[in-house]
Each structure stands twice: as structure tokens, then as C-alpha cells.
Design a protein around this ligand. Sequence first.
Ligand SMILES: Cc1ncc(COP(=O)(O)O)c(C=O)c1O
Length: 377
Amino acid sequence: MTTTPTADLARLRERRWPPPPSMSADHAVSQALYSGTWTSGPYTHNAETALRELTGAPHAIAFQSCTAAIHAVLLAHDIRADTPLHTPAFGFAGTLTGAAHIGARLLYHDVDPNTGNSIDPLASPGAVILTPDLHGVPHTVPRTPDVTVITDSCQSLGTLVDRQHIGATGTHCWSFSATKLVSAPDGGAVTTDDERLADDLRQLRDYGATPGGVRANALITRPGHNWRPSELSMAIVADELTNRLPFAAARARDVGARVHQTLTDTDLWYQDIPDGTEPAFHKIRTGLLGHPARTVNRFTTALSTAGIPYHAWGRIPLHEHPVFAPRRADSLRVPVATNLADTTVCLGTESCPPWTWTDEETELLCHTLESIMETVL
Ligand SMILES: Cc1ncc(COP(=O)(O)O)c(C=O)c1O
């Protein structure tokens, strides 16, 4: 077993993401800087157009962050204090920040042991389900006329299903923050095929004012927020959606496929991929699902000793989190979510994600994992 970090694996701990701006992004930011418009201008429009073209969704509405975007979608669906909201117990706080502010009643569900994603919560008619595409693998909760499904697609930018980018139908919330494949100082968006929702979101991000007019108290018809993104960030987002994302996503898919081959060969757990899906892996989750703590410790210690960077994303499942498991949360039995949190980790780090690894580094990491697994079990 490899016991000392090699220089190449140690390099994987060095910051590589976000990368320096491309010349075209640099130019776009400079143009935005001198445009005299800080919000709601041509770069926000360009980013929304680029996202519509990428996903095929009829409507795109840009926000300051995905957290704000999700919050707005919940408000637009009339989620209020004590409204039940179905959500998986395994995930990231940002999915539920808006829900926590609103005081929604969180109904936690377990996740699929094969994908780590939501299982169909079989919610009753009228229910609202908020669920992420874990690490780039799209969830498969059915969109039926009876229930509202809101997808947190923060981690699935670049993912293809049947060769098409996801997001043409339904409602998806996207992030362009530092660790994402499109990485700006901040930024998020919603894409949707629901025109009424799109209109509501434009109002909610702009103080509650009717979109398109001058900003005046008289135009405010409901309480909104100031969730408009800055033109500087949107200049980067618009440029990167067109010029950087295709390459970063292709690399995320290739590195993900190579590493998953090793995870299969070594009997490590990994996320199953639905047929026809090519995830742009935002993170590569693996580990010894369901194994005793001492075996899991042996595995993570061996990763550290060999110099393979990893991080424990999701270590506290949301139903156990002090902020997201208040008295209002109804915790159903969620053994898989707890197990995933306890026994799996993500390869790479947020500042050195898989799509930044070279072929040589990826091969070295795979061979190191193979030798680790010869002794861990
Ligand atoms: C699954 C998930 N949801 C929500 C968020 C929040 O996105 P933002 O930083 O754009 O608010 C993130 C960001 O890391 C995320 O990974």
C-alpha cells in the first residue's frame, strides 16, 4: 500500500479553482465595469439567454445566488411558516436555507442507497418536493401534475441526459459560485417552463415591483427582496456558460468515468448513474457504505497517508443539523442518509475539483486507490 504522498498527489491539494479569468471574461467584466449599469442590465440578460440556450428551458431568471433563487421559488409556491416541504435528509444547507428562514415544516426522507439521491417520497397531491441532483447525478423524482418538484441543480451544471443538457422541463435552481463549473464571485438562476412562476420570480428578486418599469414604490405589489445579481458577476457567468462550461463539463464527465471504473473494480461504493445520463461530476463520492467505523477509519487514514485529497461533504445530515432539525422538522426514518454521511467521502477538494485533474494525476489517483483497497478490507 502507498504510505507516503507522491509529489503529484500532493499537488492535488493546491488551489486550482476558481481559475484565472479567460481573456473573454476579463474583457466582458471590463466592459460591464464601464457600462454605468450595476444591475438588471445587458449582462444579466446575456446570462439568462445563455442559460436558456444551454438548457432549452423557456425561461431563465438570474439571482445573486442559488440560495436566493431557491428561497424565491419557495415564496413563489406560497411556502409559508409550517407549510410541509418534502426533502432528502442528505445534502447541503444551501438547499434549505430559504426554507429555514420561512419556517417551513421540513419532512425529511431517506435517499436511495444506489444513487444517494432522493427516493420518490410518494407525497400526497399538492405536496412540494425540494431535492438536489447530488454531485451532478440528476434525481429521478417524477414530475407529475399532482406535486411540485423543485430541483436544486447547483451541482449538475454540465450534466447530459440523452445527449441534451438537463433543465428543459420543470424548475431548476443553478449556482455560479466559486466551486461550480461556472464560477463567478456570486450568482445563481432559476430555469423553468412555468411562465407564471417566471413572472413571480422577476418580481420577487426586484423588491416585489412589476418587472420592466422604473423602480418606484407605486410599482411594488407584494413584499420582495433585493436579489438582483450584479452586472460584473453576470458578465463572467454569460461568458463562462458559453466559453468555459463545455470544456470543464467534458473534463468532469471524463475524469468521473475513469475514476468510477476504478471504484467498480475495487468494490468501493459510488453513485449509480441512470441510463442515458452523463453526469458532469461535481464531486466524486465514494467509500465503504455500511461498513463499521473502524474499517471506514482505515480507509480514510489510508487516503490521507497516500496524499489523496478528500473532504467529508455532508458529514452532518440535515435532519440532525441544529439549524435544520428544529422542532418543526419531522424526521422520518433515514438510515441510508445517516450511513452515507458516516461512511463515504468526496474525492478531491472544492479548490481542486476532479475536472481540474490531469490524465496523469487521475491515473495515479486510481492506482493508489487500487493499492489502498488491497489492504483495507
Ligand atoms: C447542493 C447545493 N445547494 C445550494 C448551494 C448554494 O449555492 P450558492 O452558493 O449559489 O448560494 C450549493 C453551493 O455550494 C450546493 O452545492
